[in-house]
Design a protein around this ligand. Structure first.
Ligand SMILES: Cc1cc2nc3c(=O)[nH]c(=O)nc-3n(C[C@H](O)[C@H](O)[C@H](O)COP(=O)(O)OP(=O)(O)OC[C@H]3O[C@@H](n4cnc5c(N)ncnc54)[C@H](O)[C@@H]3O)c2cc1C
Length: 567
């Protein structure tokens, strides 16, 4: 037999350093006569499903498949196996199971060379994949060109550019990816030994910008431009060298990476129900507003469909205003605008806006918030996103629902003068710091002096300097939410309970005196529902005021959605 010919499938590992799968491919000493397919293991539910199909096809074609884990500190499946097949629901469970798996492997060096693929004849039939429905259609200005040629639009196997994907707008995020940047960022982080060795997450400010107070390495980890093991061992070695005063998990840098592994292992154990309530035995059922529509999977199971029921027009309006960063609570709005433009916000900022949308304000389903994060985060990770939304909404991992973030006091704790708000909510940039978190309390004279008009709902074009009044009384909403959470906890059903699935939960909650769900079920016939996936154009007048004045933001489906809501 001749030398092996290997296709290496870059997926969750856009790097050369510490890539066990790439190493395995190179160890085959390939000649490029395809005999092997090699890729990094991915335990996300959709990836497992895809890989099952790919592996079957490859084996049928006589191609050997090799895969290695490298996306997490430990192989998530091994962690689950050492945890009795169960999901890791706390960092201590993860640590205990990880210990049984063994020491986190040290990173392996980048290869010295990559073999030249040489001649790659591609004179075979190209079967173009189905591209409908195209959920990005509203954002494209041009046709997607990715499949015009089997070796990519230019025929050179390069990654498609934004233009080639049909997007002409320039990216709004200032953050840039790639392994070179990732390693430079890592080096910068560890050059400040005191910062890295004594890092305590709860002491980092969500309002800090230029620079932010945490590492901002999450997008690099998401794309695999940075190996989590390299990051871990840099941090761990430094802590050992630093000695007294060094921080420890869960607050330390290593602790942050352990949280990441905890969510990955939880997802690996639970599978697709992990990213939803329905069928998820570990996620509490709470009758939030705007629940997902449930569809049937190919295997006959239930899965959220990406669309949702509008049980309450009021909650729908709150949700849209939350997403657009026009709630009238400046700290929440600043966070949501940073998220929309930059694709990243600080962890405690995520806490703040997630609590506000769910159990500490709007009582809107955490799955709605997770959808928005999925769309906008540049570090979006299904395991971390769903897991953290469950944590913050007190449906899993965490249960202290009576502890809510105040959109006023919490921001003031970090940023008395409101500099973060001034950056992201420029309508308020000249407002006295006494009112920057609560502009509705400012006197007419103070508002006039700052050129601010408090008016409207923020969803429509207004006079320059117009900022909306708060969309509700926060104190009242917090009390209503805590009372509703208390009832839901006492009823105590989970996503795999039949009552959660067949609708009989409703009677249970009515009997317990639940009023938060008024109007629930009113639109399940389809009336009043808004199909999020719809990309039909409509001619809503009075264009949406873009939340970030002076910053070009492309109108997305949600903008159209918001206009339609107001029509
Ligand atoms: C509602 C909500 C949704 C979130 N969605 C995501 C997501 O989609 N993708 C994502 O990577 N993180 C998510 N997080 C976790 C966390 O907010 C981000 O990982 C972190 O803010 C990234 O910034 P950083 O790299 O500066 O973090 P650092 O504090 O510097 O931490 C270093 C690394 O540890 C990991 N990490 C830290 N905290 C967590 C955590 N709580 N959960 C999982 N990993 C963590 C990240 O990979 C991060 O890059 C979410 C948090 C919340 C509250």
């Amino acid at each position: 037999m001749g030398k092996p010919r290997v296709i290496y499938w870059f997926r969750t590992d856009l790097r050369l350093h510490d890539s066990p799968a790439l190493r395995a491919a190179l160890d085959l000493d390939p000649t490029w006569d395809v005999t092997h397919l090699v890729f990094e293991k991915d335990t996300d539910a959709y990836a497992r499903e895809r890989d099952r199909v790919v592996i079957a096809l490859a084996e049928k074609a006589g191609i050997q498949v090799v895969s290695r884990y490298g996306r997490t500190l430990w192989d998530s499946d091994e962690v689950v196996a050492k945890h009795g097949g169960k999901p890791t629901m706390s960092i201590t469970q993860l640590q205990a199971a990880g210990k049984k798996v063994g020491e986190i492997p040290r990173p392996i060096p980048a290869p010295d060379y990559l073999p030249d693929p040489g001649d790659m004849p591609i004179d075979f039939e190209q079967r173009k994949p189905e591209t409908e429905p195209d959920i990005n259609a509203p954002l494209r200005d041009d046709v997607e060109d990715t499949y015009s040629h089997i070796a990519g639009p230019q025929g050179d196997f390069a990654i498609a550019t934004l233009d080639e994907l049909g997007f002409s707008a320039a990216p709004t995020t200032p953050h840039r990816g790639g392994e070179t940047n990732a390693l430079k960022q890592l080096e910068g982080l560890f050059s400040d030994e005191k910062y890295a060795a004594t890092f305590q997450k709860p002491k980092t400010s969500p309002a800090a910008f230029q620079p932010q107070s945490t590492t901002l390495l999450s997008p690099m980890l998401h794309f695999g431009a940075l190996s989590p093991r390299l990051f871990y061992w840099k941090a761990q070695d430094l802590v050992e060298k630093y000695g007294k005063g060094a921080s420890t998990p869960p607050e330390s840098l290593t602790g942050q990476l352990l949280f990441r592994d905890m969510y990955f292992a939880a997802y690996a154990a639970i599978g697709s129900p992990f990213v939803q309530t329905i069928n998820n035995a570990y996620c509490r059922f709470i009758p939030w507003h705007l629940p997902s529509k449930i569809g049937e999977t190919e295997t006959g199971g239930n899965a959220i469909s990406g669309e949702y029921h509008v049980d309450s027009p009021q909650a729908e309006e709150w949700f849209v205003r939350w997403k657009m960063g026009v709630t009238g609570f400046p700290f929440v709005d600043a966070m949501m605008r940073q998220l929309r433009i930059e694709g990243w916000i600080h962890h405690l900022g995520r806490h703040m806006v997630a609590c506000f949308l769910t159990r500490g304000g709007c009582y809107v389903h955490w799955e709605r918030g997770a959808d928005v994060f999925e769309e906008w985060l540049i570090d979006h990770e299904p395991a971390s996103n769903a897991g953290n939304w469950q944590w913050m909404s007190c449906t899993a991992f965490y249960s202290q629902y009576y502890r809510c973030y105040s959109p006023i006091a919490f921001g003031q704790k970090w940023d008395k003068k409101g500099e973060f708000i001034r950056k992201w909510v420029p309508e308020l940039k000249n407002l006295d710091e006494k009112f920057i978190y609560e502009p509705w309390k400012a006197s007419k004279a103070a508002l006039d002096e700052a050129g601010v008009i408090i008016e409207g709902d923020g969803l429509h074009e207004g006079t320059e300097g117009t900022y909306p009044a708060p969309m509700f009384d926060f104190g009242q909403r917090r009390s209503a939410c805590i009372a509703a959470m208390k009832r839901a906890y006492s009823i105590g059903i989970y996503g795999n309970n039949d009552k959660a699935k067949d609708g009989t939960w409703k009677r249970l909650f009515e009997e317990a005196g639940e009023t938060e769900m008024e109007g629930f079920g009113g639109s399940s016939s389809g009336k009043g529902q808004i199909d999020q996936a719809s990309n039909q154009d409509e001619s809503g007048k009075g264009g949406l005021k873009h939340a970030n004045q002076g910053i070009a933001v492309k109108e997305g489906p949600m903008d159209k959605f918001a206009k339609r809501l107001k029509k």
